[in-house]
Design a protein around this ligand. Structure first.
Ligand code: PMP
Length: 355
């Protein structure tokens, strides 16, 4: 006897990166930004009128959408906000794919939440393996019989980024076939070739972004989508079947201030990017295979120890990285780029462990 639905009994949920509290770790496992958010965030929080929390927030996050629209050079009707980009991505499944209908297509090694969302919403999937060099098999994806695509760019966990020109060719080919493309640009600010401008030209493209990474606001939970009004309004309809007020009032105020501080974001992204290149160089010289990354993390492995052995040894030494016990992934670690001091500590521990 059980009180649970078949779905609750059977579904395999997404496993988020660990957030242990047992001791203080050098935390390079969940792609958080090592720098604090814009100083404007502190100002907004200090000035926040707590009495207003009595009231529900703006259901569609209008002032925040306007601030995002200004920053992205689009209209507010082209912007949708959610409680983290995970929620935006989740809502995109019922918005663009029919239960039991033509599948959603994505790579085998990509953000693993897509698979969970598809299963949760009863959406079929068509999985196309990455090529040997870990890049997307875009031709294979275009040849799939499907209703649309999830294209994580830069991809996670490999960090490999597609240039804008390649994305445009893909979106255009998908449009010819009447298919939607959801470009997950969670890490795009560390690469710098966002497909947002293409949303004006291609009504089949939805770009999803987050405040969690380049804005250093993972704790506030906000993400957004930019796209043609028809796609965006479908997300609103899905939201209003699920949660009318997903973006709380504090979050709306904080993110509006953060998105306006482009200069600060660019400064911290530049620091992360230069550390990424230094760290990659050091890992290569230690013998790791490390694809060139456009994100704030590196995919490093194929040394004399397995991913699991390295992960365990690093954890014992107080450094947390991400490891998955799955084919191919188990040969690698995903390492978030930290501050120079954190990266130095990681390298020192790795040298010690590999010796
Ligand atoms: N997309 C990708 C590729 C990610 O790695 C993450 C973070 N785990 C997200 C989306 C979701 O981020 P958030 O919900 O914090 O916006």
């Amino acid at each position: 006897m059980t009180y649970l639905s078949r779905r609750a009994l059977c579904i395999a949920p997404y496993t988020a990166g660990e957030q242990p509290k047992d001791k203080s770790y050098i935390k390079l496992n969940t792609n958080e930004n090592p720098y604090p958010p814009s100083p404007r965030v502190r100002e907004v929080l200090k000035a926040f009128e707590t009495d207003t929390l009595r009231l529900y927030p703006r259901p569609d996050a209008d002032p925040l959408r306007e601030a995002i629209a200004r920053a992205e050079g689009v209209s507010p009707q082209n912007v949708f906000c959610g409680n983290g980009s995970d929620e935006v991505l989740a809502l995109s499944f019922p918005a663009f794919f029919d239960e039991g209908g033509l599948p959603a297509c994505f790579a085998d090694l990509t953000y693993s939440f897509y698979e969970v969302f598809a299963s949760f919403f009863g959406v079929n999937t068509h999985i196309v393996p990455l090529k040997e060099d870990f890049t997307f098999d875009l031709e294979g994806m275009l040849n799939a019989d499907c209703a649309g695509y999830y294209l994580c760019n830069p991809n996670a966990p490999t960090g490999i980024a597609l240039p804008l020109q390649t994305v445009e060719a893909f979106v255009s080919a998908a449009k010819e076939k009447g298919r939607v493309v959801i470009a997950d640009e969670a890490y795009m600010d560390f690469f710098g070739e966002s497909a947002v401008p293409l949303t004006k030209k291609y009504d089949n493209l939805l770009v999803v972004k987050t405040f969690s990474k380049s804005y250093s606001l993972a704790g506030i939970r906000c993400g957004y989508a930019v796209g043609d009004e028809e796609l965006v309004s479908a997300l609103f309809r899905m939201k209003d079947c699920f949660n009318s007020y997903p973006v709380d009032a504090v979050c709306q105020a904080v993110c509006a201030a953060a998105v306006e501080d482009k200069e600060y974001r660019e400064k911290t992204c530049a620091l992360v990017k230069s550390e990424r290149e230094r760290l990659r160089g050091e890992l290569l010289s230690l013998g790791f295979t490390v694809p060139k990354s456009g994100a704030n993390f590196l995919f490093a492995g194929r040394v004399k120890m397995s991913g699991e052995e390295l992960y365990t040894a690093l954890k014992r030494e107080g450094v947390l990285v991400r490891f998955w016990n799955k084919p191919i992934l188990k040969e690698f670690l995903r390492i978030t780029v930290g501050t120079p001091a954190e990266n130095d500590a990681l390298l020192e521990k790795l040298k010690f462990i590999l010796r």
